[in-house]
Design a protein. Structure first.
Length: 179
């Protein structure tokens, strides 16, 4: 895990200082993260398969791009940066839509991850072959039909990263756009 300085938050999401990401995960300090789901014209969701070298959830499917928010950075800037770094796609702020903020409080082995996660969505016409995965972060990307992704979430499929609230929020958003 690449370490970085991030904002430490109180339980209400207000900044109370800065902390190293590794320390936040060891101590359960609240901090900010962000996720982006890219959705194509057939309402298929692009997921990234996390690289096998990742300390947390290797070889699990994650949103299209995901990451921590650096100290002093806003979540929109962070997710645009992560999208470029992880899958080689440059988006502008107007390309992405804020969906919601979810709170995650999970334990993974000796990590206690407590995050306020801003969820974003963007429409795309890109094909799987258009993405350039950073192999230190991402094994590959794959589009999942909405119904298949929905079933995976309902069943708490172990191939998905444990981010059920984030996954459910994007499913609700896409279904709302279909009506």
């Amino acid at each position: 895990m690449a370490d970085e300085l991030i904002d430490e938050l109180d339980s209400n999401g207000s900044v109370i200082g800065t902390i190293m990401k590794s320390v936040a995960h060891k101590t359960g300090a609240w901090h900010r993260a962000t996720r982006l789901y890219l959705v194509n014209q057939r309402n298929e969701i692009l997921l990234q398969l996390r690289a096998g070298c990742k300390a947390q959830s290797p070889y699990c499917y994650d949103p299209s791009a995901a990451g921590h928010v650096a100290a002093g950075e806003d979540t929109k800037t962070a997710i645009l940066r992560e999208c470029q770094e992880e899958i080689g796609v440059t988006l502008s702020p107007k390309d992405i839509k804020f969906i919601c903020t979810v709170r995650e409080d999970n334990v993974f082995g000796d990590w206690h991850v407590r995050e306020f996660i801003d969820i974003y969505m963007a429409r795309t016409t890109l094909l799987v072959t258009d993405f350039v995965a950073d192999k230190t972060e991402v094994e590959r990307v794959e589009y999942f039909p909405l119904d298949k992704f929905t079933d995976m979430v309902k069943l708490r499929d172990k191939r998905l990263c444990n981010q059920w609230d984030a996954h459910e929020s994007i499913i609700a958003e896409i279904r709302g756009l279909q009506t």
